[in-house]
Design a protein around this ligand. Structure first.
Ligand SMILES: NC(=O)c1ccc[n+]([C@@H]2O[C@H](COP(=O)([O-])OP(=O)(O)OC[C@H]3O[C@@H](n4cnc5c(N)ncnc54)[C@H](O)[C@@H]3O)[C@@H](O)[C@H]2O)c1
Length: 426
């Protein structure tokens, strides 16, 4: 099948590659000329394990192509899969301007039957709006089908998730595109969930909101553990063993970030409010998340009451390990607050070098702690978990280690003469 994917970002690029591996002929287009120029030379703009090799292989096999000519590509392809960004606006609502640009191009160029698949995460009602817009523009409904097909991949494990999805969700208005959709993903064995356009949109939002809720629940429990001097790790273990609860997304720490959970939570809240519906649970989830950094800084101030002019090292700046994505990273928000308090911030991250001119970036994790008053672990990269704590101790000025991801063994750290602090951790 011939598919045009609009947007060569984390979702578009990995989906384009996976569909090419399935044997389809895929053209991935982006309006970002530099991105496309790089891709045409084999340079992959994002870090995603295994992606670069697969892109090179599928380009060689002539199954995967790139172009910055968005209009022509959209006009010529029968299946259009939209994977452009849907970021937050200042009021928390979803910015649909990139989606609208693509819809305008499709509407102005459509001359034969197309299946238009929205993979971007969009607020409830968006795909119905697309359908309605086409009809109002005089495009007959036998010329197109709109499909809402949200994506559930995790950055850092995107290819695994696309090749082994736990379900594929399709929202449609008619049964007409179903056979094509099944063929598109026929190489996988995931169950299909068929629903309405808006049903599919809500399944995506509900998934992300549920994951965010689990994280804020864990963080509130960790605060309670702190008060009663109970180790949250014990709680996590006990909770996680219950199959009704499960251990995933129950780590206590700096809170959730990234390009999806915070924005989807605010967008859903905004959508509900536009229908005069209050979202008390969503508000609480957000409030807990928004105060996590404050909580950790309070913890730090018990040992370092005056943070001004202190040298603080932050390990990990991406929003989670296994990615180079800094969007809404709690580590970046933490660094900004440390800078506001007058700290001299040093940072080390295995994937990201230059953070900002206000921060001293290091390419070696041990060098980054030299002369520091405190070390904060902000992202739980594997290499921090079993690092050489005696080397850390020998380089630091003071010996405070604040584990803001509750990811290292406090006893091992303390044995090297360091002062270890976590949240909900004795
Ligand atoms: N990143 C994730 O982990 C993830 C997971 C599931 C769903 N999603 C959703 O998928 C969508 C895309 O996310 P992403 O992280 O891949 O975004 P991204 O910012 O990495 O990529 C979006 C791409 O779209 C391009 N683009 C924007 N407008 C365009 C236009 N008019 N024509 C052509 N190209 C255009 C941009 O240049 C950019 O390269 C979002 O709605 C997001 O919420 C993301």
């Amino acid at each position: 099948m011939k598919i045009c994917i609009v947007g060569a970002g984390y979702v578009g690029l990995t989906t384009a590659t996976a569909l090419a591996v399935f044997g389809h002929e895929v053209l991935c287009v982006d309006r970002d000329q530099a991105k496309i120029d790089g891709l045409l030379q084999g340079k992959v703009p994002i870090y995603e394990p295994g992606l670069e090799d697969l892109i090179i292989e599928n380009c060689k096999e002539n199954r995967l192509h790139f172009s910055s000519n968005v209009k022509e590509s959209i006009r010529d392809y029968p299946i259009i899969l939209i994977a452009v960004g849907t970021p937050s606006q200042n009021d928390g609502s979803c910015n649909l301007s990139f989606i609208k640009q693509v819809i305008e191009i499709i509407a102005s160029t459509i001359n034969n039957y197309k299946i238009i698949i929205t993979k971007s995460t969009v607020p409830p009602g968006t795909n119905e709006w697309i359908q309605q817009t086409f009809l109002e523009m005089g495009i007959k409904d036998d010329l197109f089908d709109i499909v809402s097909n949200p994506e559930f991949l995790r950055e850092g494990r995107a290819l695994w998730d696309i090749f082994h999805p736990n379900k594929l969700v399709f929202g449609t208005k008619t049964d007409r595109p179903l056979e094509v959709l099944k063929k598109l993903y026929q190489k996988g064995s995931a169950p299909f969930v068929f629903t309405s356009l808006t049903g599919a949109e809500l399944i995506k939002y509900a998934s992300n909101v549920f994951l965010a809720t689990k994280i804020s629940f864990a963080n509130e429990m960790a605060r309670i553990c702190d008060v009663f001097q109970v180790d949250y790790a014990d709680l996590h273990k006990g909770l996680g063993m219950d199959p009704r609860i499960g251990p995933d997304f129950l780590n206590a720490g700096l809170g959730f970030g990234g390009s999806c959970l915070p924005k989807d939570l605010s967008s859903l809240k905004h959508s509900a409010l536009s229908h005069q519906l209050e979202t008390k649970l969503l508000d609480a989830v957000m409030e807990i998340n928004d105060t996590q950094i404050e909580l950790y800084l309070k913890k730090l101030s018990t040992e370092l009451p005056d943070l001004a002019d202190k040298q603080i090292t932050v390990w990990g700046v991406t929003f989670k390990p296994g990615t180079d994505d800094l969007r809404s990273s709690p580590a970046i928000a933490l660094i900004q607050q440390l800078l506001q308090k007058g700290c001299r911030v040093h940072a080390y991250d295995p994937m990201v070098q230059l953070i900002s001119s206000d921060v001293t970036s290091h390419s070696n994790q041990y060098e980054s702690v030299s002369n520091s008053d405190a070390l904060i672990i902000a992202t739980e990269w594997e290499q921090f978990l079993n690092c050489n704590w005696s080397e850390v101790k020998s380089r630091m000025k003071r010996s405070i280690v604040l584990d803001a991801r509750n990811c290292v063994d406090g006893e091992i750290v303390r044995r090297q003469g360091l002062q270890y602090m976590g949240v909900g951790k004795r």
